[in-house]
Design a protein around this ligand. Structure first.
Ligand code: NDP
Ligand code: BG6
Length: 484
């Protein structure tokens, strides 16, 4: 296997919110793994920034502890950890005040890539952008990385885009959707556009429907305050599931370049039909022996927020008219599994006569866990006794096929941060994409609010509310099982 890793230039990466949960859990452990695998240039520097008054030595201890907590033991060795921590320093800074900014100006170097990760509350994005400009810390080549949620509706997303655009060009803004950094999500594009097999069948003539599932076993836990203002629609559908839908449904871009890909994704979002309320099922989990109910965890007894959503989406374009896409995501479900399943139509005529229980071809692309692909094909049942058909999976686990340990696959964050340094925006959302996604989502949420819609209860550890099953049953279809 020939492996080609694009080298990374020397860089200064400033992580605003460098003491926060995301920085400790994802960003810095991800950077450590890159360092350990020898893919970080010698001239890399990482600067944590937050208000907490501490020096670099104390900050390094914090990050050392985060690596211990969040990086699997087999990837931790004291030499690599010590070497990585040497790249790190800390600066006390207030996003809304004057303190620290002149020092940051002195600390950052000229002639290297400068990236600024906004790992703080979105309400501070404007303050950070303005100060980076006012103190002349950022230049026309610098990049900013912004986290989700990118707005909570179209108006707030537009306002956020406008604030960032005052100081940064779109080519400098990297809006993170970590699903785009997952290995299999990129593989989806390789499978679609790197093989002749699938693309000719990739349309409503041959595809009966598509299912996109992102099921979680975790509850909202300590994130209740945030989650209750968001819900599954804003937290997962508007961004992660929408991105998956775009990649599965878009036209082939003419090249694998940021704007070519993002133009095609945008066309898909703009072609989405409004969704009928009868094609949406919202749910929220009940308590069981393993944990409290959504209502208890959210801390809001009057909550009308959903922790589960299933919906049927139609795309009005030549390729997909008549082929629905079913989306489903929720917390506290039976298993943690994310997959995209393309369910093909039956052949136009069966030369074998009527065969009970035949289910046709399905291409299932598993995002997690155990990333891989399965193609369900029909064969003859072995043995004598006539021509009976059966289905078997052509199964490919990427880890098995590539001889890799699943844990060796780079985490979405480490891949995406390195793409920022390389200046590659392909796996980041453009401002107009985010706005279009909200423009589609807003009327759905507004209608729930106007109707006073309440989510249906579902048992923790189940596949969601019963009504979600009906969503497909009424179309003569059924969901794939949620299982690891
Ligand atoms: P935390 O609350 O854990 O951390 C916030 C960070 O911001 C802290 O380092 C805090 O340090 C710093 N901060 C707060 N106010 C200021 C200020 N005025 N000036 C400078 N620094 C400040 O948040 P998370 O790490 O969880 O989240 C960060 C961002 O990432 C948010 O936008 C969130 O929505 C997003 N996100 C988080 C995920 C996660 O899993 N945690 C997942 C996806 C997105 P101090 O108080 O010392 O200043
Ligand atoms: C985040 C959501 O963006 O994605 C969380 O805010 C969710 O609620 C998480 O749990 C799921 O990510 P993953 O990578 O675990 O599927």
């Amino acid at each position: 296997m020939v492996s080609r890793v694009i080298p990374v230039e020397d860089f200064d990466l400033v992580i605003f919110g460098g003491t926060g949960d995301l920085a400790r859990r994802k960003i810095l452990p991800g950077l450590y793994r890159r360092y350990r695998s020898g893919q970080m240039p010698e001239g890399a520097r990482i600067i944590g920034a937050a208000r907490q008054d501490q020096d670099s030595a104390v900050y390094r201890k914090l990050i050392g502890a985060a690596i211990k907590e969040f990086v699997p033991e087999k990837y931790r060795d004291s030499k690599s950890i010590a070497g990585f921590l040497e790249l790190i320093s800390y600066i006390v800074i207030d996003a809304q005040g004057a303190g620290g900014w002149s020092d940051l100006k002195k600390l950052t170097r000229k002639d290297v890539v400068k990236a600024f990760y906004f790992s703080v509350a979105p309400s501070l994005f404007g303050d950070l952008a303005e100060r980076l400009h006012t103190y002349k810390i950022a230049d026309s080549q610098s990049r900013i990385v912004v986290e989700k949620p990118f707005g909570r509706d179209l108006a707030s997303a537009k306002a956020l885009n406008a604030v960032l655009a005052e100081h940064f060009d779109e080519s400098q803004i990297y809006r993170i959707d970590h699903y785009l950094g997952k290995e299999t999500v990129q593989n989806l594009m390789a499978v679609r556009f790197g093989n002749i097999l699938f693309e000719p069948l990739w349309n409503s003539q041959y595809v009966d429907h598509i299912q996109i599932t992102a099921a979680e076993t975790v509850a909202v836990g300590s994130r209740g305050a945030y989650y209750d203002k968001s819900g599954a629609m804003r937290d997962m559908v508007q961004n992660h599931l929408m991105q998956l839908l775009c990649l599965i449904a878009m036209e082939p871009p003419n090249e694998f370049e940021p704007d070519a890909v993002r133009d095609e994704k945008l066309k898909v979002i703009r072609a989405l039909d409004p969704v009928n309320s009868s094609d949406i099922v919202r749910g929220r989990y009940e308590a069981n022996k393993d944990g409290p109910s959504y209502l208890e965890e959210s801390g809001n007894p009057d909550s009308s927020t959903e922790s589960f959503i299933a919906m049927k989406v139609n795309i009005s374009n030549w390729r997909w008219k008549g082929t629905p896409i079913y989306l489903r995501t929720g917390k506290r479900l039976r298993a943690r599994t994310s997959e995209i399943a393309v369910v093909f139509k039956d052949p136009p005529h069966s030369i074998f006569g009527k065969q009970e229980g035949r289910r046709g071809n399905v291409l299932a692309i598993r995002l997690q866990p155990n990333e891989g692909m399965t193609l369900r094909v029909t064969i003859k049942e072995p043995g004598p006794g006539g021509m009976r058909l059966m289905e078997v999976p052509l199964d490919m686990s990427f880890a098995d096929a590539l001889g890799a340990d699943a844990e060796d696959t780079p985490d979405a964050y480490e891949r995406l941060i390195m793409d920022v340094i390389r200046g590659n925006q392909t796996l980041f959302m453009r401002g107009d994409e985010v706005e279009a996604a909200w423009a589609w989502t807003d009327p759905i949420i507004n209608e729930w609010q106007e109707r006073g819609d309440m989510p249906k209860s579902y048992d923790s550890g189940s596949s969601g509310p019963e009504d979600a099953l009906m969503l497909l049953h009424k179309d003569g279809r059924r969901w794939r099982e949620i299982k690891e």
